[in-house]
Ligand binder design. Structure first.
Ligand SMILES: Cc1cc2nc3c(=O)[nH]c(=O)nc-3n(C[C@H](O)[C@H](O)[C@H](O)COP(=O)(O)O)c2cc1C
Length: 207
């Protein structure tokens, strides 16, 4: 009787060890797959400047904004505001005003990433808003690509003329500085990512 209980305990222990090993293997496989997917998204993103007329669903826009607001910011200030433009007339106007923004003509949506100086750090640290909003912008571009959408960063700041024009068209108050306009849409055709890997850009420890 005692022997039987010991054998059962041993069997149970073996089953538990096998289960633990299986769970560990599944977890490591999952994290490898996540790493692969993230790297794949980063390495295959490219600027997309031509879109179909399919409207980007509001829930997808929300996903893009969630990605944007997940970006790191200096002292966690999150000094930003995002203007989602879906109005055809406004998109057309922006496409004319921005010299390198012709693709806004075929986009059904654009996100204007703005730095909010009222939320930004002060004095010498204020300019960190540009890096904070750039991180948010890159998150939008990557998330769009991961979701099968296409997007491109269209520069506004630091060109004062473009900042003033975008402010004027979208009624943006003085404390907000439009950094860029990011048209988003379903890609019209394929775009090939550029291979920018260049070992000459890399230094170790000292120049
Ligand atoms: C600060 C900044 C400003 C940019 N401005 C424009 C622009 O006004 N119009 C445009 O078509 N692309 C613009 N781009 C996109 C670049 O042209 C593009 O990222 C670059 O050619 C590399 O191509 P890739 O994004 O496909 O890797 C801008 C990108 C950055 C980061």
């Amino acid at each position: 009787m005692k022997n039987r209980a010991q054998i059962l305990n041993l069997l149970l222990a073996i089953v538990l060890v096998v289960l633990a090993i299986k769970i560990a293997l599944i977890n490591s496989e999952t994290s490898t797959t996540q790493q692969d997917t993230t790297m794949e998204t980063i390495l295959t993103r490219t600027s997309v400047r031509s879109y179909t007329d399919k409207v980007v669903e509001p829930e997808k826009i929300e996903q893009l904004l969630r990605a944007a607001m997940s970006a790191p910011t200096a002292v966690n200030k999150q000094p930003w505001a995002f203007i989602v433009v879906t109005d055809r007339a406004l998109l057309d106007t922006l496409s004319v005003l921005l010299p390198y923004g012709k693709m806004l003509k075929s986009a059904t949506t654009a996100i204007v990433v703005c730095g909010d100086l009222n939320k930004a750090l002060l004095e010498v640290n204020q300019a960190y808003w540009v890096q904070d909003c750039s991180a948010a912008s890159q998150n939008i571009l990557l998330a769009a690509h991961a979701m099968g959408l296409g997007a491109v960063w269209t520069g506004v700041f630091p060109r004062e003329d473009r900042v003033a024009e975008v402010r004027g068209v979208l009624n943006i108050p003085d404390n907000l500085v439009p950094l860029n306009v990011i048209p988003v849409g379903y890609p019209n055709g394929d775009s090939t990512p550029k291979d920018k890997w260049n070992i000459e850009n890399i230094y170790y420890n000292r120049w």
